[in-house]
Write a protein that binds this ligand. Structure first.
Ligand SMILES: Cc1ncc(COP(=O)(O)O)c(C=O)c1O
Length: 361
């Protein structure tokens, strides 16, 4: 059977991007974000590739994602739960599975304190230095230090904070967050961890003991105005489908649902077998680029569930069966995401079960 829509994930590209992280933050350990099924790339395969690339730790959002990696058996790399645990059962499981637990609130401390005092809990404390989503207020640091003294079985992995505006190079929010975090931790021992991809690329002072890249490992840029390629990254995923029809229409003919677009002249329209049920967002407007057999052409008309229509005037040699690239090397997901008014993260995470995944490298 010929797959309709394929996502080809280049694991060598992911290992290359890990090397870019190491080169950018040579003194930092790397905790790779593989949450959300490795940003839609396939958590187990990506985690194995990163392990082969000798990443220092992996980060997932929740227990379910961690267990998926544990069940894949091959993983020896530490795994951190970025949202921590939500029940005593999860707390016990985290200890049993030797998972690192990010603790962001006092209710989680109370939960973990229900475990036997001898339980070895690997703890990251998350501090809110200005993101105001998760984390203890910075003024809680002395209380957290006391907690550690009370629970000698707990092994402090470090102090995490998360940057709200690391991709905004003109904003002073990041230096303010880093300054407040460093000040709160003055004289306190334990590894520091501040930077996501944008943080580690754009803010040298955020390259501390641990960095936590996600997006850049998949080859996309978190910085606006720059593509992954500009940063030396290689896009890891190519999303492809095929032309399944080519029709010639006279000038003024409407195309697709709502007759939302009309042919400005006599012209060929291609139909590509991919739609919003595959993860190509319906809000992508006419003009969004796709690549037909290596040539950029614009999407025209509305994205439907299983198909899109494209203007083939710029690709006169196009034939039914030609491959069509939705995003990947040569057509950055960051650029396509811009047309949808979103970010590459959301495109990646939006791929659906109907897409056939293949792995290379
Ligand atoms: C706490 C934390 N650290 C690191 C990351 C990785 O971020 P990015 O994909 O922007 O590098 C995320 C992702 O949202 C996160 O929530």
């Amino acid at each position: 059977m010929t797959p309709r829509v394929t996502a080809t994930v280049d694991l060598a590209a992911i290992r290359h991007n890990l090397k870019v992280v190491r080169k950018t933050a040579p003194r930092s350990k790397v905790m790779a974000a593989v949450k959300a099924d490795a940003y839609g790339h396939g958590a187990v395969e990506v985690a194995r590739a990163l392990e082969a690339g000798q990443v220092d730790a992996l980060a997932v959002a929740c227990m379910e994602e961690a267990l998926q990696l544990r069940e894949a058996h091959l993983l020896t790399t530490p795994i951190a739960l970025l949202e921590g645990v939500i029940s005593i059962e999860e707390a016990a499981l985290a200890v049993y599975e030797r998972l690192q637990v990010v603790v962001h609130d006092h209710w989680q401390i109370a939960l973990l304190e229900q475990l036997p005092a001898s339980a070895e809990v690997q703890v990251w404390f998350k501090l809110d230095s200005g993101m105001h989503r998760l984390g203890f207020p910075l003024s809680d640091v002395p209380r957290l230090v006391d907690t550690l003294k009370r629970r000698p079985g707990w092994k402090l992995q470090g102090w995490i904070t998360h940057l709200a505006c690391a991709d905004e190079l003109d904003s002073d929010a990041t230096p303010r967050q880093i300054g407040a975090y460093e000040t709160a931790l003055l004289g306190v021992s334990g590894p520091r961890s501040i930077a996501n991809s944008a943080g580690l690329l754009a803010w040298p002072e955020a390259r501390v003991d641990w960095v936590r890249p996600g997006l850049m490992l998949y080859g996309a840029s978190p910085l606006s105005g720059k593509t992954g390629l500009d940063l030396g990254l290689v896009p890891a995923l190519r999303l492809e489908s095929r032309l399944i029809a080519i029709r010639e229409y006279a000038a003024g003919e409407p195309i697709g649902y709502g007759q939302a677009w009309r042919t400005p002249e006599r012209m060929p329209i291609g139909v590509v077998a991919v739609g919003y049920a595959d993860g190509v967002h319906r809000c992508l407007p006419s003009g969004t680029p796709v690549m037909v057999a290596g040539t950029r052409v614009p999407l025209v008309g509305r994205v439907s569930m299983d198909m899109i229509t494209v203007d083939l005037r710029g690709a006169p040699a196009a034939r039914v069966g030609d491959s069509v690239l939705l995003w990947g090397p040569g057509l950055p997901a960051e650029e396509v995401a811009g047309y949808a008014g979103t970010i590459a993260y959301e495109l990646f995470c939006g791929l659906t079960q109907r897409v056939r995944f293949r792995y290379r490298g």
